[in-house]
Write a protein that binds this ligand. Structure first.
Ligand code: 5RP
Length: 260
């Protein structure tokens, strides 16, 4: 692998542990002012010291994040639809490679919608983005977006993850499911999981623990951190599982000790 590409990946996935805690705050790109992200800069600031990477759009990056931060930026570069549409799969590339370079992106994130009405376009977008990333040494994170009509099972998610890796993605983001080890075993690149909708803190810690126990490289978690009443203790607890090898029970004890 090219030095620049490897160097960027090493910034996101800690080489010693081969693990990653990524904080996702890109939800506004199709959801608008998501609960907890009305003022993303204020939400994100106290969390950054505990994240290995920050996933967001260029709008929030330019308007809310101090250029002095040391956290690697995973820049969302796909979009073009909103929650007002029934079909969210009609995405395009929304950021040029030149702008991603200008913003010093450590990686570029794109959603693919396998099995959707726009499967071909989103997979072609991924392939094109991987070509551009390869040219300039910028890794691509493929997000396996799941339409309402799809079942989040190991067969479907395994298919979507494998296709994303085959087309050139260096990291794949997907959802946890029963039989998750099959998803990871079938994917030749690191897999991170999304947290999904806000659930109880105890359950979210279990989710993170199960995912890394089944082979995930880590999490790219958003709502279960920034919508928690205890966002900093929550990201610290997730980090203790992903990076320090704690169990979910140990992480829960840690979190409870800080909940007051
Ligand atoms: C949307 C995304 C989000 O970043 C992702 O869903 C992660 O956030 P959460 O943990 O809140 O699910 O990629 O397509």
């Amino acid at each position: 692998m090219d030095w620049g590409m490897q160097n960027r990946l090493n910034g996101i996935i800690t080489p010693n542990t081969n693990r990653c805690v990524m904080l996702a705050v890109d939800h506004g790109y199709f959801q608008g002012p998501t609960t907890g992200l009305e003022r993303p800069a204020e939400t994100v600031a106290p969390l950054l010291d505990h994240a290995d990477a920050l996933m967001l759009t260029r709008g929030v990056l330019r308007n809310g994040i101090d250029p002095g931060v040391r956290v690697p930026i995973v820049l969302r570069v796909s979009g073009g639809t909103s929650v007002l549409q029934d079909d969210l799969s009609n995405e395009d590339l929304t950021v040029s490679i030149e702008d991603a370079i200008r913003l010093n992106a450590a990686a570029m994130a794109i959603s693919v919608f396998v099995g959707s009405s726009h499967e071909k376009e989103t997979l072609s977008n991924l392939a094109r983005l991987c070509d551009e990333g390869q040219e300039y040494g910028i890794p691509v994170l493929a997000v396996t977006a799941v339409g309402k009509e799809m079942v989040r099972d190991a067969r479907y998610l395994g298919l979507a993850c494998r296709i994303a890796a085959e087309l050139g993605a260096q990291i794949v983001k997907t959802y946890y499911c029963d039989g998750f080890e099959k998803v990871v075993n079938g994917c030749p690149v690191p897999v991170v999981i999304a947290g999904g909708k806000k659930i109880e803190e105890r359950e979210a810690l279990k989710l993170a623990y199960n995912a890394v126990s089944d082979g995930a490289t880590g999490v790219d978690m958003g709502r279960n951190i920034f919508q928690s009443k205890w966002p900093v203790p929550m990201i610290q607890a997730v980090r203790s599982i992903v990076q320090d090898g704690r169990t979910d029970a140990e992480a829960w004890d840690l979190l409870q000790s800080q909940m007051g």
